[in-house]
Design a protein around this ligand. Sequence first.
Ligand SMILES: Cc1cc2nc3c(=O)[nH]c(=O)nc-3n(C[C@H](O)[C@H](O)[C@H](O)COP(=O)(O)OP(=O)(O)OC[C@H]3O[C@@H](n4cnc5c(N)ncnc54)[C@H](O)[C@@H]3O)c2cc1C
Length: 187
Amino acid sequence: MSKPYKGFEPKWVKEAAPKDCYRSIFRWGDPDFVKYPKESLYKMMKEKFKMTDADFQQYDGSIGMEKVVLDQPSRLATEHIEALKKIVGEKYVTTEDYPRLAVAYGKTGYDAIRLRRHQIDSLPDAVVYPDTTEQVEQIVAYCTEHKIPLYVYGGGSSVTRGVEPTLGGISLDMRLRFNKVLKFNKI
Ligand SMILES: Cc1cc2nc3c(=O)[nH]c(=O)nc-3n(C[C@H](O)[C@H](O)[C@H](O)COP(=O)(O)OP(=O)(O)OC[C@H]3O[C@@H](n4cnc5c(N)ncnc54)[C@H](O)[C@@H]3O)c2cc1C
């Protein structure tokens, strides 16, 4: 938590973002942890960009609290969805809006701005949550055979647009079940 301001305090967003909204995707870390610029940094920003307190009194446009609702249905054929479900289990394949958008972008400023503007340039047709190396091997083989684009989303902190599914297809979201440290090599 930042120290209280002595002078004017901008209208920083201090509330947690609802789980299914755009902000919950582009905002970093623990939803309940609030960190905003300290007063000295705020003053420097104001000076450098020649702005006034009045410029910080309200938000300019959306801050991404809206629920994610997309108008881009999955283009993946049902037979492929069913085949993937056979590999990872029924509940570990989804074509729902929020989980698809949640893995569409990384963590560059450009990604955050696009999410804030609801600018959807890329979207996977389905998100798959594998559990084992063998499942990943089977998914890769299946996608290769059927020429389905395949992307991997690890922690999603890419700053090179490496996670972005520019051709659609499938994104493997590793966060749900590849979530254990199995070995650690101290060297
Ligand atoms: C604020 C900030 C600071 C950073 N500082 C550093 C730094 O100091 N040093 C540094 O090296 N990097 C840094 N990075 C970059 C970023 O953290 C790294 O790229 C990170 O290692 C990506 O890991 P990830 O699991 O989040 O991968 P993701 O962002 O999910 O993916 C990155 C790429 O790897 C692929 N990928 C992910 N998981 C797998 C997998 N299991 N198998 C195959 N391919 C996979 C993805 O498809 C994508 O192309 C920083 C990023 C941010 C936002």
